[in-house]
Design a protein around this ligand. Structure first.
Ligand code: NDP
Length: 290
C-alpha cells in the first residue's frame, strides 16, 4: 500500500504520525505553520509543501492533527475548494459537537470526512501499543483503513455518528485527568510523611491492578441502575476520604480535589443513599447541585 498521504500539523503527534506513514512507505507530504518542524521528516523522505493548498493537492487523503478544531478551521477554511472531492481525516482532539460540525462543514463542501481520536502517546504511534478511535463515514473508514493502519496498534470504528470518537475520547480523558489528579495528590501527601515518590509508586501501581474488576462491576451497576452496597458503601467511602482530608489539612497541603469528591459522596448520603455502592454517584453527577 503506497497511498499518498498529506499530514497537516507537525506538533509532537503530527510528527509521529508523519514518521509512521513514511516508515510504512507512503509518499508523505507535510505542512506546518512553523516550517522548521518538518526538517527531520524531510530528511527521512517527506515532501514539505510550501502552502496548505499545495499540501492538499498532493494527496487524496489529507490528515490533520493540530491544537484544536478552531485551528483546523483557520487552516482549512481558505482551501475548501481544493479539498473538494478529497478525504479529510481529522485526528485533532475536540468535542463531539465540534466533530459533528466539522462533518457538516465537510459535507457542504463535497469533502469526505472521518473523525478520529488518538488515545495513546506519541511514542506508541507506529507500534502495537497505539490506540486510535474513529467515527463517521463507514465508507471512508473501509476505503482508507489499510492506509490508516500505518499508525500501528488497534483502530476501532465506533459508528457513523462523527461525534462518537470524540465522545469516547472525552469520557476516557475524564478518567485519565481525575485519576492523575489523585495520583499527584497522593505523591504530595506521601512526601509530607517523608515518603519518596519512587517508593510509593510500586504500591500505587498495585492500586491500579485492583481497578479492572471494580470498573467492570461499576459499569454493570451503572448500566442496570442498581447500586447494591453489600460489599462496600458510600458512608464507609466518605469516612475514608475524611481521614485523608484531615491528615492532608494537618500537613497544610491543598485538599480541594478530595473535598470536591467527598462533597459529592456526602450529597448521596444526605439524600438517603449512604448504604448504596460508590457507583450510585452517577445519579448525583447526573443532577448537579443547584
Ligand atoms: P498540539 O496540541 O500542541 O498542536 C500543535 C500543532 O497545532 C502544531 O502543528 C501547531 O503549529 C498547530 N497550531 C497551533 N495553533 C495554531 C494556529 N493558530 N495556526 C496554525 N497552526 C497552529 O500538539 P500535538 O501534536 O501533541 O497534538 C495534536 C493533537 O493530537 C491534539 O489534539 C492532541 O490532543 C492530540 N493528541 C496528542 C497526544 C500527545 O501525546 N502529544 C496524545 C493523543 C492525542 P506550530 O508548530 O506552528 O505551532
Amino acid at each position: 500500500n503506497r497511498t499518498p498521504v498529506t499530514i497537516i500539523g507537525l506538533g509532537p503527534m503530527g510528527q509521529a504520525l508523519a514518521g509512521s506513514f513514511l516508515h510504512q512507505g507512503h509518499p508523505t507530504t507535510v505542512w506546518n505553520r512553523t516550517a522548521g518542524k518538518a526538517d527531520d521528516l524531510v530528511a527521512k523522505g517527506a515532501v514539505q509543501a510550501e502552502t496548505v493548498t499545495d499540501a492538499v493537492e498532493a494527496s487524496r487523503l489529507v490528515i490533520i492533527c493540530v491544537l484544536d478544531y478552531d485551528v483546523v478551521h483557520t487552516i482549512l477554511d481558505p482551501v475548501s475548494d481544493t479539498l473538494k472531492g478529497r478525504t479529510l481525516v481529522n485526528l485533532t482532539n475536540g468535542s463531539p459537537e465540534g466533530a459533528r460540525e466539522m462533518a457538516t462543514w465537510s459535507a457542504e463542501r463535497g469533502v469526505d470526512y472521518l473523525d478520529g481520536a488518538i488515545m495513546t502517546p506519541t511514542t506508541t504511534i507506529g507500534t502495537p501499543s497505539a490506540v486510535v478511535l474513529y467515527s463517521g463515514s463507514a465508507t471512508v473508514y473501509e476505503t482508507y483503513q489499510p492506509t490508516l493502519a500505518s499508525t500501528g496498534g488497534s483502530a476501532t470504528h465506533l459508528g457513523t455518528d462523527p461525534g462518537r470518537a470524540a465522545a469516547y475520547d472525552l469520557a476516557l480523558l475524564d478518567l485519565f485527568w481525575t485519576s492523575m489528579s489523585g495520583y499527584i495528590h497522593a505523591l504530595t501527601l506521601a512526601r509530607t510523611e517523608n515518603i519518596k515518590a519512587k517508593d510509593l509508586a510500586p504500591f500505587a501501581k498495585g492500586i491500579v491492578d485492583i481497578l479492572p474488576d471494580i470498573m467492570d462491576e461499576f459499569a454493570h451497576q451503572v448500566d442496570s441502575g442498581h447500586y447494591p452496597g453489600d460489599k462496600s458503601n458510600l458512608i464507609s467511602a466518605a469516612a475514608g476520604m475524611e481521614h485523608i482530608i484531615q491528615t492532608a489539612q494537618a500537613h497544610g497541603i491543598d485538599t480541594s480535589v478530595l473535598n470536591a469528591a467527598k462533597a459529592v459522596a456526602q450529597r448521596a448520603i444526605d439524600t438517603g443513599h449512604g448504604t448504596d455502592d460508590f457507583s450510585y454517584l452517577t445519579e448525583v453527577f447526573q443532577k448537579p447541585s443547584p
